[in-house]
Write a protein that binds this ligand. Sequence first.
Ligand code: NAP
Length: 345
Amino acid sequence: MTVKVGVIGATGAVGQRLVQLLAPHPEFEITALTASSSSAGKTYREAAKWRIDAPVPEDVGAMEVGETDPSAVPDDVALVFSSLPSDVGAAVEPDFCEAGYVVSSNSSNARRAEDVPLTVPEVNPDHLDLIEVQRDRRGWDGALVKNPNCSTITMVPPLAAVDDAAGLERVEVATLQAVSGAGYSGVSSMEIIDNAIPYIGKEEGKMETESRKLLGTFDGAEVDWHDMDVAASCNRIPTIDGHLENVWADTAEEFSPEDATEAMTDYPSLDLPSSPDQLIEVFEEPDRPQPRLDRTLGEGMTVSVGGVQDTTHGLQFNCLAHNTLRGAAGASVLNGELLLDTGYL
Ligand code: NAP
């Protein structure tokens, strides 16, 4: 039996990826789609400017898009995937939770809230139990669960492998981020073609805080954030999909590039429908990973790493992940699968 799900913000860059992943999903069935009032009342095919290089799933294309309000989503929907702009998410996601829906959200609102689980299922699945604290505190029958920002997700699995073995003290990261990370109306072609933009609003702060929450320790009542320092510098470049990052990781204990490569390669994946067989793929070739060549590894859910080398205080490596799959829609779907697997649905 499948679980009925809805997608709110279904017509955007991440919403389209959610539809692509959920339409053939073995555990979930899309029965509600919402977007802004300019899309409401249209069929999904009319409302979504489909930009994925695969057809709009037939059944979903014919569905009517509703207003983004709990009353537009049937009561038998157990799980709602949210890919709304963060100000809209902040306004409406609590209404959905109060109405009894479990919300798996991409939007940046509430990611740092004390009682909101921020999870990458392979890295900190235990944080999901923060839902109990949230329900006690807010009186919700539903729940709000977040996946992190796309640039944060890219570096966190390899960092988790390093942290488990050698203890992280300081992380510095410079990003080369694809244009799809800004949504369809985010960066104009006149700005980005033949160019690079050394600024992405609020992105650096997200990487600096979300990574510490994700690698923090949950004691059953609260998450004690990791005390490492994190410094990020974020850049937009003219690739379509796939964020590439240069990471410097200072460790408490000495950790050789060979041991780091082994720890990353052996870092376990999960037995969930969207988990890749290999969570972290480490390349030996010095010029990999590259966005065009490596972003679809593991159906876009594998994080690839290369250039692992010594520094004075630890390691340097490069990492890459598909920003709308592992970094957004795939991450939300994986959180949905974890919610189902752990009995929250
Ligand atoms: P997007 O392409 O701009 O899509 C936004 C979606 O929200 C559309 O479905 C839009 O519907 C809907 N929407 C806009 N205003 C609304 C309103 N007032 N009421 C109801 N629905 C409204 O954005 P995106 O790139 O998919 O990003 C969605 C969220 O995911 C953002 O919070 C973003 O920060 C986060 N995120 C994005 C990425 C990425 O790689 N793109 C990665 C991680 C997280 P209409 O089509 O009707 O306007």
